[in-house]
Ligand binder design. Structure first.
Ligand SMILES: *Cc1c(COP(=O)(O)O)cnc(C)c1O
Length: 391
């Protein structure tokens, strides 16, 4: 019998949404007002809930009328923002590896993506000196911390330096902060808007998809610079009419109760992270343990390194699927700097993650054994005495 597939390839939360949020949605469905056009900037009540959450979570004051807009998912916001800000010939700095929406929408808008490599030696943060050298060409810098796929977390000091550069060279910054609540350390990840002058040049994207396991609902929001928000709304006015009102009401409820609702979700991902990383370590593949997000960004095991031509990440992921029935995302799919890595999304319960690690361990051991046997045979072959050898 074939073992069942364990799919860890996509960052699509498998946890059910918190029950009180579902109840809030059911209640909101009964409001006649919610079945009319919601208005493209989002309901003021929802935007107020966002501003209150920002105050509690980041100690940042936002004007709910001018500095907050509800989105039909943060992906929608990211895509339309690029269209609102950039045109033919503009340069947009995009991290590599990245969430593919950023470089792809840049190209679709006729602008040119400039790659900002995220390297392990810099803890997967952009090299600021290198960034500064191209800063005068930039219209927009797209950041995403805590990062998908590397799980890197930025510090407030890093954001300070980014804002200084942005103001000095006159470019805009958007930080995709959709993983702000999936953290495992004692210090929660910061917002770029905590930097005093950030509102002059920065926007930040958030989503309820990962934070509250509501990916299918399509609800997120963007906050920050009012001119940029105006520009975004100009585009959105001509494309959509805002998220469904009932979903905005439930989202507002979730944000008001974020302090109690996000804890259990975080703890579950932490259990998964610990189980999976321990499992891989026991399998002889020690990986770095993420401090945030639900991704494990793993350098390919030694055994596999340097063996393949072409994309090793891709070849490894394919082997993983065939030999272990475990599906992961090849690092090279997130950009050139992702080569040599593989991304696991912790979107399966602990027993399945343990099973995945066990299967990987079995495979790596058998592959290692096969190699050892091959080496051994080679040396035996070499040492095999030939007729005529003196004893
Ligand atoms: C999942 C993800 C999103 C998409 O969020 P939605 O609000 O569901 O559109 C955006 N950015 C990053 C980096 C993500 O990983």
């Amino acid at each position: 019998m074939r073992a069942g597939l364990i799919d860890l390839s996509e960052g699509s939360p498998d946890l059910p949404p918190p029950k009180p949020v579902v109840r809030a949605l059911v209640q909101a469905l009964k409001e006649p007002e919610n079945h009319r056009y919601p208005g493209y900037a989002g309901k003021l009540s929802a935007r107020r809930a966002v501003a209150q959450w920002y105050r509690r979570r980041f100690k940042v004051e936002l004007d709910p009328e001018k500095e907050v807009t509800m989105l039909i998912g943060s992906k929608e916001g990211a895509a339309h923002l690029i269209w609102a800000v950039c045109g033919e010939g503009d340069t947009v700095a995009v991290c590599d590896p990245n969430y593919p929406v950023y470089p792809n929408q840049t190209r679709l808008a006729g602008a040119v993506p400039l790659t900002v490599p995220l390297e392990e030696k810099n803890r997967f943060l952009p090299d600021l000196d290198r960034l500064e050298r191209s800063a005068s060409r930039l219209k927009l810098l797209c950041l995403n911390f805590p990062n998908n796929p590397t799980a890197a977390v930025a510090t407030l000091d890093f954001y300070r330096q980014i804002v200084t550069l942005a103001l000095k060279f006159g470019f805009y910054v958007v930080n995709d902060n959709v993983y702000s609540e999936l953290y495992f350390g004692r210090v929660p990840p910061p917002s770029v808007l905590e930097v005093p002058a950030a509102a002059d040049c920065c926007l930040e994207l958030h989503s309820l998809s990962k934070t509250f396991s509501l990916a299918g609902w399509r609800i997120g929001f963007v906050v920050g610079n009012r001119r940029l928000i105006q520009a975004l709304l100009k585009i959105k006015q001509n494309i959509d009419s805002g998220p469904f009102g009932a979903i905005q009401d439930a989202a507002a409820f979730a944000l008001r109760h974020a302090a109690s609702l996000t804890g259990p979700i975080r703890r579950e991902y932490q259990r998964r992270r610990d189980a999976f990383c321990a499992g891989l370590a026991a399998a002889g593949w020690p990986v770095s343990i993420p401090e945030a997000t639900f991704y494990v960004w793993a350098r390919l095991p030694e055994l596999f390194a340097g063996r393949q031509r072409g994309s090793r990440s891709y070849a490894f992921t394919l082997e993983l699927l065939k030999r272990c029935r475990v599906m992961a995302a090849p690092g090279s799919g997130f950009g050139r700097s992702g080569e040599g890595f593989v991304r696991f999304a912790l979107v399966a319960p602990v027993p399945k993650l343990r099973e995945a690690a066990l299967r990987i361990g079995r495979w790596l051991r058998s592959a290692g054994l096969a190699e050892e046997i091959a080496n051994c045979q080679l040396s035996i072959a070499k040492r095999r005495p030939e007729i005529g050898d003196s004893a």
